[in-house]
Structures are given as structure tokens and as C-alpha cells.
Design a protein around this ligand. Sequence first.
Ligand SMILES: Cc1cc2nc3c(=O)[nH]c(=O)nc-3n(C[C@H](O)[C@H](O)[C@H](O)COP(=O)(O)OP(=O)(O)OC[C@H]3O[C@@H](n4cnc5c(N)ncnc54)[C@H](O)[C@@H]3O)c2cc1C
Length: 397
Amino acid sequence: MQGCPVHTPIPECMLLYRQGKLDQAGELLLRNNPLSAVTSQVCDWKQFCYGHCVLNVKKVPVRWYEIEQEISEEYLFKHHLERRSRELEGKRVALVGAGPVGIAAAFWLYEAGADVTLLDANPRIGGVLRYGIPAFRLDKKYVDAYEKMFADAGIVFKGGVEIGKDLSISELASRYDAVLVGAGAEKPATLHIPGEEKAVQALSFLKDPDAYELGKKAIVIGGGNVAMDACRTAQRLGAETWVYYRKTFENMPANPVEVEEARADGVRFEVFEAPVEVKDSGVVFRKCENVVPEDGGRVVTRIIDGTDHFVECDTLLTAISEKPDFDLFQGTSAVMNEWGWPVTSESGQVEGLGNVWVAGDFILGPKTVVEAVASARTAVSSILATFAVGFQPVDTE
Ligand SMILES: Cc1cc2nc3c(=O)[nH]c(=O)nc-3n(C[C@H](O)[C@H](O)[C@H](O)COP(=O)(O)OP(=O)(O)OC[C@H]3O[C@@H](n4cnc5c(N)ncnc54)[C@H](O)[C@@H]3O)c2cc1C
């Protein structure tokens, strides 16, 4: 429970599971973490729960996430949202972004009794779960389940609405009692090299892979999870795919399991390679090396001059890193810090915009689904506190 950002009530669920009360266990999991059917599949469990629960004296780690998946994936399709209180009748909350933050917040706020409207630039609910993580890792039936659950409950979803362009944050803030922005981190970082415009952003590719003609050979630049999803997708679409990364394997921010699975899919890797120019038929790379400073300080990776070499490819995909796009706060009274990020309270309430909160990747930077849910919970709890209502997702008695 302590290792998990949403403090999943593992002992209670284990007990219910042993007693064969799967629906009760499922309800407990869903109320605590509306995305439990998803996080049990996509969480980097080694980072969070694995190893915290061990079995008896042999200390064998309990694979809790497998039990959680069994319980929650069955229960998700049975759950009907219900108002648990009438205290919030007439309170209206707008949720910008229908990714994990929007989904979790819509679930909790609806059940707490508020009127919820979800808005998203994409046509359908899901955020990265629908438009980023490939279907071979996460079946879209889970995101469809939330779509159906929300439609059945009468939660309004407005797709194809870009806040900051079609409608301003200030307008939303004046129409609703509270606004929670979970707009993710979708702004790709750039390489700052000549010819870069010839490359395809991995996030755009993952949104609709079939729309791209990859040709025979694809190169993916990057070493994070987005790069791993992009290379595996390209390989599965029939392109011979290579990942080029400027540091070592150990430095790759991707989950090592993802790297192993990419290899198993047939993706090949080249490390210590930095791109310096993109040409029509390929990329010029320069070799890199690790240098240990004489004073024994931190190892630095440096580019080796005179090592340029050209590598042919039909498609270049870049997955360097992503960050939030705060343009939607332009022209508002939101207080921004010296790095251009909104100043918020610990619960994510934006300074200068009384009834606007932020959560998930939009304020944390690119993180994980479970961390987005945890941050949505903090924001929802604060929103409900301003409505003078306490928040307790699960009964702990
Ligand atoms: C390819 C990829 C693979 C990943 N794999 C994993 C994984 O295996 N495990 C894991 O735990 N995490 C993974 N992550 C990270 C995880 O998906 C994110 O941390 C999580 O989705 C963040 O949730 P969110 O709700 O904050 O944002 P998002 O899921 O990004 O949702 C944000 C939503 O806001 C909408 N939006 C943005 N701007 C506007 C606007 N101006 N107006 C209206 N709508 C807007 C977007 O269209 C989007 O639907 C992955 C991320 C990527 C990109």
C-alpha cells in the first residue's frame, strides 16, 4: 500500500479475493482507483509495489498486480456509476482532458454528486490510453468501458474542443464552479538539428500508426517508453526498425521490460549515437562516449568530433521527450513561475485563477498513469473541500 501512489487497499482486497467476493473486491479497487483495470496492466510494478509485499519467511515477492488485474478487469465492465450523495446538487465541474486524470476525476466527482462535463481536443475519451499506448499493450476495450459507463450515467463528453482555442479557460472558469485541467504533456521537445522537419513525432505516429507509410526501414531516436512503443509499433507494421540512443542501455529511461520486449519483437538498437542532421534518405549520426571526470564526479556523455556517418532510412521517428503546453493560460490571470509553469498550491489549485486546478502530466511532466490518478485524487479532494464536502473514495471500516 505504501509503495503504491494511490495506496491500493491490498489487505482488504486479498481477504475478499480469498473469500471469493470478487465483485466486492472489484468495487473497492475501482472506487479507490478508477483506473485499476488499466494500471494493473501498464504500471511499472517494479517501481511501485513489487517487493514491498513478500510471502512468509522465504520473502518471495507477491505479484499483487496479477491479482488486481484478475479482479478489476472483470468488475470494470459491470460497474454502474451512482450518486452516493445529494449534497452537491447543482455544483458544476468542467474537466479539461479525458485522459487518466479526466476519467478518474469524472468518476469520483460524479459519484460525489457533482454535475460533470468532460472536454477534450480528441474525438474520444482516453488520452494516452487511447491515442498513445499501442493496442498490443493495452486493449482499447478498457477505455471503451469508461466511455460507456459515463454515457450511461449522463456525463457530458464534448470531443474535438480545444481549450485555449475554441473556448478559453477564463470562460470555462466563469461558467463552472470548478475546472480541473488534466491536459497531459504532449508538446514534443526538438533536436535542434538541420532537416528536423523531415522527421515524424513519435506521439503523432502512435496516435494513428496506420496513417503512415513507413517504407522498408525506420529509425527511432530516443530511449524512453514512447520510443519503445513507437519502435515496436513500426516493427509490427513491417518496417525493419532501429532505435538510436545517445547514451548507454543503462541510461535509457524506458522501463527495461519494454526494452526487452522491443528486442523480442525484432527491433535493433544502436547506442552512443547522436543525430546531427536529417537528410531526405536518412540521418547523419555522430558517435558519443562516456567520460569520467578526473575528480570522480558524474559521468558525462560527450559527442566525438570527426565521427560523422550516414545511416539510410525511409522514416525517422523522434521521441526525445515531451512537456506540457501552457499556452491555454495565455491572457489569463494565472501566475506563472520563471520557467513558465503555473504556480499552484500543493493540491494543484492555480494561483491567480481561484477555481482552476491542474493535475497529472500537465503539472508533473511526463509520468505514469497511476501517478496521474494520484494527482487527480489530490485535486478532486481539494475541489470537494471548497464545496464543503469531504472526500473518501473507499470506506475503510
Ligand atoms: C506512448 C506512451 C506510452 C506510455 N506508456 C505508459 C505505461 O506503460 N505505463 C504508465 O503508467 N504510463 C505510461 N505512459 C504515461 C501515461 O500514459 C501518462 O502519464 C498518463 O496518460 C497521464 O495522464 P493525463 O490524464 O495527465 O494526460 P493524457 O493521458 O495525456 O491526457 C490528456 C488529454 O488532454 C487533452 N488535451 C490536451 N490539451 C488540450 C486542450 N487544450 N483542450 C482540450 N483537451 C486537451 C488531450 O487530447 C488528452 O486526451 C505512456 C505515455 C505515452 C505517451
